[in-house]
Design a protein around this ligand. Structure first.
Ligand code: ADP
Ligand code: MG
Length: 693
């Protein structure tokens, strides 16, 4: 790829639009994109035809409406541009086909919000996210709604939440005499992943069916030497990353940084941030491309949150900020945050929102995969708290305690270069243990799982912060002395929500009991975390901000629990299959082999010692029995799960099935360490984690 020319070559972006559309149409389309105004349908035909012509010139023969159903993945159904004309064919994309599509919605999860007999779902073009050509198809980003107007995807509520924050933030800004056309939120999702060799991957049913290993004794060299993080890239990995970058750049994705992560075989890619809906779309595309490009290199990219036990799992830090179309970042503290009332008010709104809706934020990142990471000393705990760093922490303390703020915290030379004027101290240091940390001019929500659609977290963040803005705006509007009124709100609300601020080590043992004392939620797994979404208060905030109807909110909570239950079910069944058909028989064979050895020794001479074999035979026989019994219990408990009731089913999965699986694994992992590698049916952690050269 030639840079910078090749950047965005597959995207129908602003400059291509400008080039290919008549200027009136271009202006109308830009107005729609920038202000979120309804598209003038009379121009759709012209846009469609230009888009088609451009796509065909890029080799496209098909188009698809690309959407994000509640499966958490993306969906696409391809139609060709071909239409008959006489006995010839022409390539056509009509305005109508650009704007609406009608995929059969009946097989997508709807959480009961759409009865199957009303299978009609519509996809509608989202012009705010650019179309692109991939593998011979024009991809048109769309929202997905039902015949009755209920949202069936992750994109439409995201757009609604962006509208909500735009509306409420502008009210606040107006009180401070700041005018702008639009306020939007930005997200920069840092994506972690594992790369392993395809050859080893294909030998493990668990990796193929569940995306993670269900068994595996710890590897003798994990991450304890701390030598992988930022280490030199292996050649295969470097080739992969270069290829991935070029692929991402061709789709207009600003892939910026890449490096090795903490665990062996673990890596990270961070893009430059963009408006939340574009960040969501490009992150979905990024995850897809990460997997596809891996195949070309004989690799498999694992996006699961915890592919391997005993070493770090993967997350996705969601860097989030709010800014105006005039370039004002509302989370930028400036040089003197203590006298920046607007900044303090916005900060207070975020703190209040996070405290009031801890449960919502926690639930927005809850998934079977992510349950393995949160609170496991490699990722933030399951408790939501806000980290502000020294400077802002001191500022908030002084406000809450009514003390004078001393600006001394702004000392320079933070990286050990004494008083160096070129290294000004950051407003925050790098606390990695906080789930929600202020990092200079943005918040970093660090609890997201690596395979999550980041829409969920951003929908929640936008909505709850919009709600806090609304309450503040209601109070401020019409006040003569806005500064004074705002300072009063700041003081009152920071006092009320002070408990959510935690500026210390979130991995430390002191935090859990301290958080309990403060009355903060600590929901450790999805089955316990997601049900808060049914609580009236948590439904109402989405309804009030126009993001979900009550039915949609409930449906989404149902789907989260259902999805959790289905995943645990698949994992449990896979475990049973692997144990019964591969592992237990293999161990039995090894035991038989040992017995034969003993018999052979005995046949030669009865005095030849066979203590080693005897010990192994005994221990492995015990363990194989333990494993069989544990599998039986798992199968029995799994059968008894009441699937008709989502809450009961997820509870049973979390508190019965998962502990059962733990017992199976315990016995099997010990057997792995005792069984000859000639007999063990699967590649070990060593084989997999050090498979890439
Ligand atoms: P790190 O968290 O590793 O220190 P950075 O702070 O440089 O790295 O950035 C991490 C991510 O945050 C990147 O994706 C970056 O584009 C994004 N980011 C930077 N500024 C903002 C902002 N104002 N709003 C949202 N995301 C941002
Ligand atoms: Mg980060």
């Amino acid at each position: 790829m030639k840079l910078p020319e090749g950047f965005g070559e597959n995207v129908f972006n602003d400059s291509v639009q400008k080039e290919t559309l008549p200027s009136e149409v271009y202006k109308a389309l830009r107005a729609t994109i920038e202000s979120g105004k309804q598209l003038d349908t009379s121009i759709a035909g012209t846009v469609a035809s230009a888009m088609k012509k451009w796509a065909v010139s890029k080799g496209a023969t098909h188009y698809t409406h690309w959407f994000q159903p509640l499966t958490g993945l993306t969906a696409e159904k391809h139609d060709s541009f071909i239409e008959p004309e006489g006995d010839k064919a022409i390539m056509r994309l009509t305005g109508k086909s650009l704007i609406v599509g009608e995929p059969d919605a009946s097989s997508f999860p709807s959480g009961g919000s759409r009865a199957t007999y009303m299978a009609r779902g519509y996809t509608a073009w989202d012009p705010t996210s650019p179309a692109f050509v991939k593998e011979g198809t024009l991809y048109i980003p769309t929202v997905f709604v039902s015949y009755t107007g209920e949202t069936l995807d992750k994109k439409s509520p995201l757009l609604r939440s962006m509208k909500a924050i735009d509306k409420q933030a502008k009210r606040i800004l107006k009180c401070f005499n700041i005018n702008c056309k639009k306020v939007s939120c930005q997200a920069g999702p840092e994506q972690e992943y594992f790369l392993i060799s395809e050859e080893e991957y294909l030998k493990r049913k668990d990796l193929q069916l569940c995306g993670r290993t269900l068994f595996g004794a710890p590897v003798t060299r994990g991450q304890e030497l701390e030598d992988h993080y930022f280490g030199v890239l292996k050649t295969t990995v470097a080739d992969y990353m270069r290829d991935l970058d070029e692929e991402l750049w061709s789709y207009g994705i600003y892939s910026k940084t890449k490096h090795n992560e903490v665990a062996p075989a673990q890596h990270e890619m961070a893009p430059i941030y963009s408006t939340t809906n574009i960040a969501v779309d490009t992150n979905m595309l990024t995850m897809e491309l990460m997997k596809k490009v891996a195949k070309r290199h004989g690799l498999v990219c694992l996006l699961h949150e915890k592919p391997f036990r005993g070493i770090n799992g993967s997350g996705k830090h969601n860097n989030w900020s709010i800014s105006t179309d005039t370039g004002l970042n509302l989370l930028n503290p400036g040089d003197a945050p203590e006298s920046n009332t607007l900044f303090k008010l916005v900060l207070t709104a975020v703190i209040k929102a996070v405290d009031d809706y801890q449960g919502v934020l926690r639930a927005s990142v809850a998934s079977a995969g992510n349950d393995h990471r949160l609170g496991a000393d490699e990722a933030p705990p399951a408790i939501i708290s806000v980290y502000l760093g020294d400077q802002l922490g001191a500022l908030v303390d002084s406000i809450v305690k009514g003390e004078n703020y001393v600006t001394g915290a702004k000392a320079q030379g933070s990286i050990g270069v004494p008083e160096s004027p070129i290294f000004p101290k950051d407003a925050t240091d790098r606390n990695r243990t906080s789930p929600f940390a202020f990092t200079g001019n943005k918040f970093e929500f660090r609890m997201l799982g690596s395979q999550a659609n980041v829409a969920d977290a951003n929908i929640s963040l936008n909505t709850i912060v919009a709600d806090a803005f609304e309450q503040f705006a209601d109070e401020l509007e019409g006040k003569k002395d806005v500064e004074k009124a705002a300072e009063a709100i700041i003081k009152r609300e920071l006092k009320a929500h002070y408990r959510i601020i935690f500026n210390h080590d979130g991995y430390g043992p002191e935090w859990e009991p301290e958080a309990a004392k403060r009355g903060l939620l600590n929901n450790k797994n999805t089955a316990d975390a997601a049900p808060v979404l049914y609580e009236d208060k948590n439904v109402e905030v989405f309804v009030k901000q126009g993001v979900f109807t009550k039915a949609e909110a409930i449906a989404r909570a149902d789907i989260r629990l259902e999805n959790y239950t289905k995943i645990i079910n698949i994992e449990a069944l896979t475990m049973v299959e692997m144990a019964k058909r591969d592992i237990i028989p293999a161990v039995s064979d090894f035991i038989a082999d040992l017995c034969q050895n003993v018999a052979a020794k005995q046949a030669v001479c009865e005095s030849i010692p066979f203590e080693t074999e005897k010990k192994l035979i005994t221990r492995l026989s015990e363990l194989n029995d333990t494993a069989s019994a544990a599998v039986e219990k798992l199968e029995k408990d799994l059968k008894e799960v009441n699937r008709a009731d989502v809450k009961a089913a997820s509870q049973a999965m979390a508190h019965k099935v998962i502990p059962d699986m733990e017992e199976v694994r315990k016995a099997v992992d010990e057997m792995e360490t005792l069984t000859s590698s000639d007999f063990w049916p699967y590649p070990t952690y060593f084989d997999i984690l050090y498979s890439v050269k």
